[in-house]
Ligand binder design. Structure first.
Ligand code: PLP
Length: 494
């Protein structure tokens, strides 16, 4: 029996390739695997493998309708020289934690781990499902997804990609990376609103049946590169399996003993992948969910009430500035006993009132998680503290996780070996990082900061940064939230 996917909001069931093509289910729900498959290779064997082989062993179990040749070809095209290290996701010890560096891809954020393979999965899925429409990837970004998705989809035949980002909510490097994007099939738009506005606008277009019909009449169909797409989530599970295998190889853990995982969280995609890795049989103790000042998830885990009715803050970790964590729906579905009616009720409640509450029985399903948050001052202090302790320089998002982990160990005295997901290169947030280390850097320009960071961190400048020093701006589009649909249609010539 081949693994199927079902919607969190109805009984709709589809194959993996169809779920990747569609992105979102017709009922607005997210696709989830009917069961989480168990790893069928012992960890000791995985510890002897390279990244691509581990990725294959994990992904073959989830993407059951892809042939071995198809999946291996996707993996080979994704994890190649676009990454600046053979290890793809190196594990680096600093202080008393292990940092899983997920930022060695083309756009120096962890989104590359999934978005360098998604275009290959999607074009393969289109062939398998006899789709002849041009696929229009519609993306909302809090800064990193947009660039990583465009880098993946640029000039891929049969696809186009539109990216909406909050005009005033991303770092200068993030914005420059996006507006200099090459590729005739790419389109970038800054919106007058925040990430949640962008994401809601995109979700609305996905759910609009009349619009879908209009697109189809012109030979187009939408899909998603956001982490609501199962094609984003599955490749992310792979690096948590790889992380455990590497911990084993390095002698940092004994086979079968648990590790903890700390994830700086926004849309809940990355930590959900870690949760899936645990379900597959990877010995993982606590899943530590770290939020910034927008601590809607911390409040949810501690009270059982999800409430987005609150102020939204722009922080130094902008990729986590999110009040509606889309992937949480997949966890809700699971702790509700895979009950799509209950899930639908709560999600309807969320869209009507901005909040919902889980039952006590559901709360018990959250036992694997610990939640914490770090405010702006704590985030900056953490960057400085770890640099002074060990010479390791981390970005602001990783620092949120690292700061939460520090609080967690102080509070619980837990000494389980711990892996912190390091989600972005410090070069992407050079100003926040350097001024955290020493406020004197505040007077420098963006690229002077990069030069100082090279000296401070003793690492070379990533190619992604060198590129934008001189790249011409190719996109200069802005729109109001209410005009997102009109903007997309105009670009498609509809
Ligand atoms: C997207 C992103 C996050 C948040 O990841 P989610 O999967 O949305 O929870 C954290 N850090 C960085 C650098 C990111 O780009």
């Amino acid at each position: 029996m081949s693994l199927m996917y079902k919607s969190t909001r109805s009984e709709q069931k589809v194959t993996a390739s169809y779920a990747i093509l569609k992105g979102l289910a017709d009922d607005g729900g997210l696709f989830v695997p009917e069961v989480i498959p168990a790893l069928d290779v012992p960890m000791s064997e995985l510890a002897g493998m390279g990244y691509k082989d581990v990725a294959y062993e994990v992904m073959k179990l989830f993407l059951a309708d892809f042939t071995e040749t198809e999946l291996k070809s996707c993996i080979d095209h994704a994890y190649d020289e676009k990454f600046d290290t053979k290890e793809i996701a190196p594990l680096v010890k600093a202080g008393n934690a292990w940092y899983l560096e997920l930022f060695h891809g083309a756009t120096i954020a962890f989104k590359d781990m999934a978005l360098s393979i998604l275009p290959h999965l999607m074009t393969t899925a289109a062939k398998k499902n006899n789709v002849h429409n041009e696929i229009v990837i519609l993306t909302a970004t809090s800064g990193d997804t947009g660039k990583a998705a465009m880098a993946g989809f640029a000039d891929v035949p049969g696809t186009r990609i539109v990216v909406f980002y909050p005009k005033d909510g991303v770092s200068p490097v993030q914005e420059k990376q996006m507006v200099t994007q090459k590729g005739e099939n790419t389109f970038v738009v800054g919106i007058q609103g925040n990430f949640d506005d962008a994401q809601s606008g995109v979700k609305k277009m996905f759910g609009d049946k009349a619009l879908a019909k209009e697109l189809a009449d012109h030979g187009y169909q939408f899909s998603s590169a956001n982490s609501i797409n199962i094609g984003r989530l599955v490749p992310q599970v792979a690096y948590y399996v790889y992380a455990y295998a590497m911990m084993l190889k390095k002698g940092a853990v004994k086979e079968g003993n648990p590790i903890n995982i700390v994830v700086p969280t926004g849309n809940f995609g990355n930590i959900l992948a870690a949760f899936y890795a645990k379900q597959m049989g990877v010995p993982i103790g606590k899943l530590i969910c770290a939020s910034n000042r927008n601590k809607v998830l911390f409040d949810f885990f501690t009270t059982g009430t999800y409430d987005r009715n609150r102020d939204f803050y722009v922080t130094s970790s902008p990729s986590m500035d999110i009040l509606i964590s889309s992937n949480l729906e997949r966890l809700i579905y699971r702790i509700a006993g895979e009950d799509s009616i209950k899930t639908l009720e709560m999600m309807t409640e969320l869209s009507k009132t901005g909040k919902y509450q889980i039952t006590d029985a559901m709360k018990e399903g959250l036992a694997d998680f610990y939640a914490g948050y770090a405010d702006e001052a704590q985030t900056a202090e953490e960057i400085k503290a770890v640099f002074e302790e060990s010479g390791y320089v981390m970005d602001t998002h990783t620092a949120v996780a690292s700061g939460v982990y520090r609080k967690y160990t102080e509070e619980t005295k837990d000494t389980t070996p711990t892996v912190i997901a390091s989600t972005a290169s410090p070069f992407k947030f050079a100003r926040s990082v350097m001024t955290a280390i020493d406020p004197k850097y505040g007077a420098l320009s963006e690229f002077e900061l990069v030069d100082e960071l090279v000296k401070t961190a003793k690492v070379s400048e990533p190619a992604a940064v060198t590129e934008i020093r001189t790249a011409p701006v190719r996109h200069n589009n802005q729109c109001d939230v209410c005009d997102m649909e009109k903007t997309v249609k105009a670009w498609l010539g509809i």
